[in-house]
Design a protein around this ligand. Structure first.
Ligand code: 3PG
Length: 208
């Protein structure tokens, strides 16, 4: 079983993928993998997400697929059943945390403040999603959080781009960054997998 830190170590960028059509799941995951990306987060924001996670888990075994946008306890159970290998939440409630922990899957819970991060650390969760990263003060805020909480490792997400990613990846408390920019919705709609692979190549070459 992987730890949340193992998931962050897989690639410098964790693509956050919003899939409108389940049939895009496998070719999109294959394009990301061909571009050097080893983990992906499929958000439960579309009705096809659980189906998509199942397809990727079964047919693209070399990429680790997780479920994101877990905002209700049942999402955690459904994602685990669908084959997700890790769970990501934008924020937490006790019920979501309990349900996510009960799956036994590696969990990246969302936090945007020092207090939220401290509460999660108190529960033994030391690998967090910093969300929404840019709107919460960006790399400067995350660097400051690392002062009192140096043992926490983050995957900042929300407003991250190829341009600002290096600022986060240079921080000692960042394991990887997350974002939707590798799989733009119009690129997926056009089935332009070559573009996704090119964006993935660029992203997987980012230094951390
Ligand atoms: C997420 O759910 O992680 C974010 O909405 C992704 O944000 P982005 O589109 O700004 O990358």
């Amino acid at each position: 079983m992987r730890t949340p830190r193992d998931v962050l170590a897989l690639s410098p960028v964790l693509p956050v993928v919003v899939l409108d059509r389940a049939e895009d799941a496998v070719p999109a995951a294959e394009a990301l993998l061909a571009g050097g990306i080893r983990a992906i987060e499929v958000t439960l924001r579309t009705p096809t997400a659980l189906d998509a996670i199942g397809r990727i888990a079964e047919r693209v075994p070399d990429i680790v697929v997780g479920a994101g946008t877990i905002t209700r306890p049942e999402h955690a159970r459904q994602a685990a059943q669908a084959g997700a290998a890790f769970l990501v939440t934008p924020g937490v409630t006790d019920a979501v945390l309990d349900a996510a922990s009960a799956t036994g899957l590696p969990l990246l819970p969302g936090a945007a403040t020092v207090s939220e991060a401290m509460r999660l650390a108190e529960r033994g969760l030391d690998t967090l999603k910093f969300f929404p990263a840019e709107a919460s003060g960006g790399a400067a805020a995350l660097a400051a959080i690392g002062g009192p909480l140096p043992d926490l490792l983050f995957c900042p997400t929300g407003g991250i781009t190829a341009e600002n990613a290096p600022r986060y990846l240079a921080l000692p408390n960042v394991g990887c960054v997350g974002g939707t920019w590798l799989t733009p919705r119009d690129t997926l709609a056009a089935r332009d997998y070559a573009r996704i692979e090119a964006l993935a190549k660029e992203a997987s070459a980012l230094e951390r």
